[in-house]
Design a protein around this ligand. Structure first.
Ligand code: SAM
Length: 312
């Protein structure tokens, strides 16, 4: 579908923005340059926004790993060219299984890049012969990259089985700027399917919020103009609608913060370091941007019952 292609192309933007920020020293990622095209330098507020997004998501991933230990899994929904699998290895953080799902046309490009890159293949920690791959999928060690439309739950279930995902292990689901493109009812079905099948799960979702004012609408108009359907936009109205989406799908609990709060929770020395990287003429613009993005988390099962906090 044409609109699916527009959605898939948002991955190019995201990975190029991440590459731009990494090149300027916002955070370390020696893998993104292999996957993302080099483009012109992005504006400072975009670089800072991606810094907050990456650090915010990493903060929750680390908290999950601290609570559950190494016997766990991460499933990245709409993973695009994300490099978390390799970055966790660099941080010496271990998981039993790391599975990435995206449309086959996106996973095909990622497969191709991985096969051609020594640094990414080395990161899988195995010898070449042990990597199983097709044109759109790759299974190597504890890393699995599979192609599926996550609106099709039968397909998702099948791909997770092929990736040896264990329904009994604590599992972190990640979605960064993905659910907004999916019809609300389909997101609810996906979220309900997860709680039904996984006994201990955490969902970390990053996306747009507080969309009702002028600034939010402008950003979304840009996406709409590119042909993105933005079917899930209803849930991005407020922090409350973000949380309700999970609670309506039977998750045990949910919390949500705008990126204003997430940014404030990042280690102050890190914040001060990046604030010196580039001049930001309009601090107000950044604050507005941060008010229109959020991280919501939801949990299910006894292991995560203590809840997840916004802290290092
Ligand atoms: N999560 C990655 C990141 O933050 O760098 C990529 C974000 S990109 C904005 C959105 C991604 O979601 C794209 O790679 C797109 O193909 C994927 N996506 C959107 N809808 C999807 C669906 N129904 N099934 C699988 N992937 C989907």
């Amino acid at each position: 579908m044409e609109s699916d292609e527009a959605v898939q192309s948002t991955n190019d933007d995201a990975s190029e923005c991440k590459r731009s920020a990494v090149r300027l020293g916002y955070w370390q990622d020696r893998f993104i340059g292999v996957l993302a095209r080099a483009t012109e330098r992005k504006p400072p507020e975009i670089n800072r926004g991606y810094f907050a997004r990456t650090q915010g998501v990493t903060l929750f991933v680390k908290q999950f790993l601290k609570v559950v230990g190494e016997k766990c899994q991460i499933i990245n929904i709409g993973a695009g060219f994300d490099t978390l699998y390799w970055r966790l290895k660099d941080m010496d953080l271990k998981v039993e299984n790391f599975t990435e799902i995206d449309f086959p046309s996106v996973t095909a490009r990622k497969c191709y890049a991985i096969k051609r890159s020594k640094v990414l293949l080395d990161g899988l920690g195995i010898t070449d012969g042990e990597v199983k791959f097709s044109s759109t999928e790759l299974h190597g060690g504890n890393y699995h990259l599979v192609g599926a439309d996550v609106r099709n739950l039968a397909d998702v279930a099948q791909k997770l089985r092929e990736s040896e995902v264990d329904l009994r292990l604590p599992t972190l689901f990640l979605a960064e700027c993905v659910l907004v493109y999916i019809e609300c009812a389909q997101v609810t079905r996906l979220l309900a399917w997860i709680v039904e099948h996984f006994s201990n799960a955490l969902f970390v979702n990053y996306e747009q919020v507080n969309m009702c004012d002028r600034f939010g609408n402008i950003m979304l108009e840009n996406l709409r103009a590119r042909g993105c359907p933005l079917s899930g936009v209803e849930s991005c109205k407020s922090l409350d609608t973000q949380k309700k989406r999970f609670l309506n799908a039977n998750w045990d609990g949910a919390k949500a913060w705008t990126m204003v709060d997430v940014y404030a929770a990042i280690d102050p020395s890190e914040r001060h370091r990046v604030e010196k990287l580039e001049m930001l003429d309009e601090q107000e613009l950044l604050t507005q941007l941060f008010q229109h993005y959020c991280i919501s988390v939801a949990w299910k099962g006894p292991v995560l019952q203590g809840g997840i906090r916004l802290s290092e």
